[in-house]
Structure formats: structure tokens, C-alpha cells
Design a protein around this ligand. Structure first.
Ligand SMILES: O=C(O)CCC(=O)C(=O)O
Length: 256
């Protein structure tokens, strides 16, 4: 990360990275959305999910197309620098139909000490979101709305009307990636007549357990990944502060 990126990320809680996913990789990811549309429709009906469905654990289900995104070279430096002993936690394919949306939320409270973005000589995350635009996202097409700086607010969130004029909307080009702290207050709404296609990877510190699938969620992919690779490290099991696989970054973590 550059100093300017560190400063910007720390102050606003997000960064937009342009031209990250190559056209061929993007085409392979986009094809997943065509192939899995019927599954998303079924989930939508079963859940009564309204206009938004997230196919959970999409990495295991579509590992051929998505495997190279686990340690993408344009995203990895941010994951490595801003998360303590990072690990991949969750992956989703998000389908957002017209009039679908995600209500505003975040992990942040001013008082929870275990569940927050913080700074301790360097930026630290609990949940770090990698939000990948599979197709262009216009401002009214489900673009994420963020409240910059809210990841480290010291007061409780007031009612939405009081902060609505502080929100920023982040339209994205296909292949760009928005990285943000899940402590940042955020939500979205698709007011166009086109489905939004977004892929979400969540990274966390190695101490945090999976919320889906148990500790062995990525065991097969971990076993198949090359020795000493970042893929293998990021796909290891959680186990407190006892590392399950050597850190591949070429320095001990504590050296910073
Ligand atoms: O899909 C969206 O618009 C919201 C995503 C979200 O809430 C998240 O990544 O935590």
C-alpha cells in the first residue's frame, strides 16, 4: 500500500481499485451468474428473499473459475497489510434484481472491543470486504452506499435520516474492486431494470471462525494449493493464534 492509500483508507474506510479483474477472468465469473441463475431464483422463492440472493460458499462450488481470486495479486497487498494473520472466511455470488437491495448495516459499535476496525501501529480489521463488480454498476444499479469514517465512529448511529446526506455512492466498472471495512455503515438498492452481479469475498484475522461450513470449509482447496503459496495460507483452518500453515510473506508477522 502507498502512504496515500493508507491515509485514505484509514480516514474513509474504503478504497476503489480499478481494472483489477482481467477480461478473460471476468467472462469466466460472469458465466457463473448465467449458470446459477436458476439456483438463485429457487433460493429467492424458498427464502422469500425479495430482490437479493447471495449464493453462499460460491468458491467451493465454482473453484475452477474463482480459485485465482483467493490471492489475487492486486488485492493481496491490502489483505496482507491490514489483516492480522489473514484468512478467507466467506465467499458469495450476489444476485440483485431490480428493486432489490441490502439494508444499511455494519459491525461497528463504539463499544464492542472484539468486533471493530482499529489502529494499533497499523490498520487492523475484523471483517474485510472485497466487493467485485462482475458487470458495470451504475449509481442507481445497486452501487454500494457508504458512510465514510463510520468504521471508527465514537457515538452510536443516529436514525438514517440524520446521516443520509453524508452517504457516498460508489458506481463501479466491471472488473473493479471495492475494498472496505465491514465496520463501515453500508447498504445498496437497485433501481434499474438490470440485475446487479457482484462477487463478495470476506477475509478475517486467523483467529476468527467460519460462520458457514465449519473449520474445514476450505480443506480440499487448501490441500490442492501449491506449498508455501498465499492460496494455501489464506485457505487454512482457523485455530486461535496457533498458525495452521506457515506465513508465506517472507517475514515474521510481528516484524510488520
Ligand atoms: O451487496 C451489497 O450491496 C451489500 C454487501 C454487503 O453488505 C457486504 O459486503 O457486507
Amino acid at each position: 500500500m502507498t502512504d496515500a492509500e493508507r491515509y485514505t483508507y484509514d480516514v474513509q474506510g474504503y478504497l476503489l481499485l480499478e481494472d483489477v479483474i482481467s477480461p478473460s477472468q471476468l467472462a469466466a465469473v460472469d458465466a457463473i451468474y448465467d449458470r446459477r441463475l436458476a439456483d438463485a431464483e429457487t433460493q429467492r422463492t424458498v427464502d422469500g428473499s425479495g430482490g437479493h440472493v447471495m449464493l453462499e460458499d460460491i468458491l467451493n462450488e465454482e473453484s475452477e473459475a474463482l480459485g485465482s481470486l483467493v490471492a489475487h495479486p492486486c488485492v493481496l497487498p491490502y489483505v496482507d497489510e491490514m489483516i492480522e494473520c489473514p484468512r478467507l472466511k466467506s465467499t458469495w455470488a450476489s444476485f440483485m434484481w431490480p428493486n432489490g437491495g441490502v439494508g444499511f448495516h455494519s459491525n461497528h459499535t463504539p463499544s464492542s472491543t472484539c468486533n471493530h476496525y482499529h489502529f494499533n501501529s497499523r490498520i487492523r480489521h475484523n471483517l474485510f470486504q472485497v466487493f467485485i463488480a462482475v458487470r458495470d454498476i451504475p449509481p442507481d444499479g445497486g452501487a454500494l452506499q457508504l458512510l465514510p469514517g463510520s468504521h471508527k465512529a465514537n457515538y452510536g448511529l443516529p436514525e438514517h435520516a440524520a446521516i443520509a446526506n453524508m452517504l457516498v455512492t460508489i458506481p463501479m466498472k466491471a472488473g473493479s474492486v471495492l475494498i472496505f471495512s465491514h465496520d463501515l455503515h453500508h447498504g445498496s438498492m437497485n433501481l434499474t431494470d438490470t440485475m446487479r452481479r457482484v462477487l463478495i469475498f470476506t477475509y478475517c484475522p486467523g483467529v476468527i471462525a467460519n460462520s458457514f461450513g465449519g473449520d474445514g470449509l476450505y480443506d480440499e482447496l487448501h490441500a490442492a494449493a501449491p506449498e508455501n503459496s498465499w492460496e494455501k495460507y489464506l485457505l487454512r483452518r482457523p485455530n486461535g493464534y496457533m498458525e495452521m500453515y506457515p506465513y508465506p510473506g517472507g517475514r515474521s508477522y510481528s516484524e510488520g
